[in-house]
Design a binder for this molecule. Structure first.
Ligand code: PFF
Length: 470
């Protein structure tokens, strides 16, 4: 075991605070913005079923692995991987997991901040009454105006990145802990209210059916076009995207949860914490789906509208419900907070590493990381306007789509695969046994089997399938 029992970045004050912070990291734009829009793009229930299977068979076991590595190493992912590899007699090359996580973090932060900027813009739009009585067309054109304006997007992107830098600079205990504890439960309550609204005013039956009716024939199909004229072809892409999203939504595969694991008190139960985090994350995503799709269908919108989906549907609800101006403002504000508590965890592995390896002050490291992600983020801003045309696309994807695809669907699962392999084969059973300290042997054995065989094979199969090997 690493001879440090505390991290030099500080520690969470209790296990409960760690769980809150990890839920804060997991629950974010991934649940409320991305889950509904990719579910809409990839056809609904079948996609959701694959995603849930990935959470259970790949996400949960790998989250346990990340936390145990973090707590064992008590340092940033790069240094943790290097130290543990040395201690366990494995190759120092395992630190590549940490480095690739830092790169993925920059890619993710550089688009995350732009989308969080949309949510910020909508706080003001809603508060000023701009959504009152808005129609479906009105909501679509408001959204179009926002993303069509690079100037506005840059302002909100900059504001959000600044917010992230400020909290990360203040450090683990005082920066991150406080906000999360109050705001996450509130977000949950707001979502329940939105689902209730969707149940009364929306086409709830159709929305529910879309989300949960699993037509397995469609799992391997990519369908495009409007509902009446759906064009489907065989493709491994939905599987890959569902798995990528399981990693993205649980903040896995890039060291964010490993970094947070480094600040976990010595005797906290990792298994219990993991189940709580994964459950909270999944419930929020499904609630978001139940709030959004009934409105999509009742308003004659397309579920496959893409990244703008929630920004074109929820305003219709807020614009037409009693007290909607107030509810809408609170909702978008909470969405900003959910994104905020996630973005700080995206930056944490890189910041912690700079502090440890370069001895930089935390504030300096936070500014450097935020500054670079902000700069790369300009490409995400332009993807929605000047660079949205086909001449600026690669493989039919804008720069924004490409960054998301590469980070979420390739780098995170690859990072997760390596983490599973390191725990199961690089380090070995004794380390896992000591850290997890699961009293029921059967439970440990089950996890051990999954992390050794099921998760790595699952990831490998999805990868091979997506490049057309079978
Ligand atoms: N889990 C976050 C969300 O669902 O919005 C996004 C995220 C956070 C991804 C941290 C990756 C990460 F390391």
């Amino acid at each position: 075991m690493s001879n440090q029992h505390v991290s030099m970045q500080g520690m969470w004050s209790s296990r409960a605070v760690f769980v809150m912070a990890a839920v804060g990291s997991a629950v974010g734009l991934g649940n409320i913005w991305k889950f509904p829009y990719i579910t809409g793009e990839y056809g609904g229930g079948a996609f959701v079923a694959v995603y849930l299977a990935c959470i259970a068979l790949i996400g949960i076991p790998i989250m346990m692995a990340e936390i145990l590595l973090g707590r064992r190493g008590r340092a940033s992912p790069i240094i943790t991987m290097r130290t543990l590899a040395r201690e366990e007699g494995a190759s120092p090359a395992w630190s590549v997991v940490g480095y690739s996580g830092v790169v993925a973090g920059f890619l993710i932060l550089s688009f995350y901040s732009v989308i969080a900027g949309w949510a910020l813009a909508y706080v003001f739009q809603t508060a000023s009454g701009g959504l009152n009585q808005v129609s479906a067309e009105g909501a679509a054109s408001l959204f179009g105006d926002l993303v069509g304006s690079p100037g506005q997007l840059m302002v909100w992107h900059s504001v959000f990145m600044l917010m992230t830098v400020v909290v990360v600079a203040r450090g683990v205990r005082y920066g991150i802990e406080r906000a999360v504890t109050i705001l996450m439960p509130l977000l949950f309550v707001m979502l329940v209210i939105m689902v209730a609204y969707a149940a009364v005013e929306g086409d709830f039956a159709r929305g529910f059916d879309f989300l949960f009716n699993t037509d397995f024939a469609r799992v391997f199909q990519l369908c495009t076009g409007p509902a009446e004229d759906l064009q489907c072809s065989f493709s491994g892409e939905p599987l890959l995207v569902a798995m990528g999203h399981a990693f993205f939504t649980l903040s896995l595969g890039m060291g964010a949860i490993m970094a947070y694991g480094a600040y976990v008190p010595e005797h906290a139960s990792i298994t219990g914490a993991t189940i709580t985090i994964a459950l909270a994350d999944t419930v929020v995503a499904l609630l978001a789906g139940l709030a959004i799709f009934p409105i999509v269908f009742a308003s004659g919108l397309e579920p496959s509208a893409g990244p703008g989906l929630i920004f074109q549907t929820l305003p219709i609800a807020f614009g037409n419900m009693p007290g909607g101006q107030w509810f809408g403002t609170v909702f978008f504000l909470l969405l900003v907070f959910a994104a905020w508590s996630s973005s700080i965890s995206i930056a944490e592995p890189a910041v912690a590493w700079l502090v440890e390896s370069r001895r930089w002050r935390r504030s300096v490291a936070a500014v450097m990381v935020g500054g670079l992600a902000w700069f790369i983020g300009i490409g995400s801003v332009l993807s929605f306007n000047y660079w949205s045309g086909e001449e600026y696309q690669l493989f039919g994807k804008t720069l924004f789509d490409l960054k998301d695809f590469l980070a979420s669907n390739i780098m995170l699962p690859l990072g997760g695969l390596l983490i599973a392999l390191f725990v199961a084969f690089g380090a070995g059973r004794r380390m896992a046994l000591e850290e997890l300290a699961i009293s029921r042997q059967r439970l440990f054995d089950a996890w051990w089997f999954v992390i050794r065989y099921v998760s790595p094979l699952g990831i490998a199969i999805v990868f091979l399938n997506s490049i057309g090997v079978f």
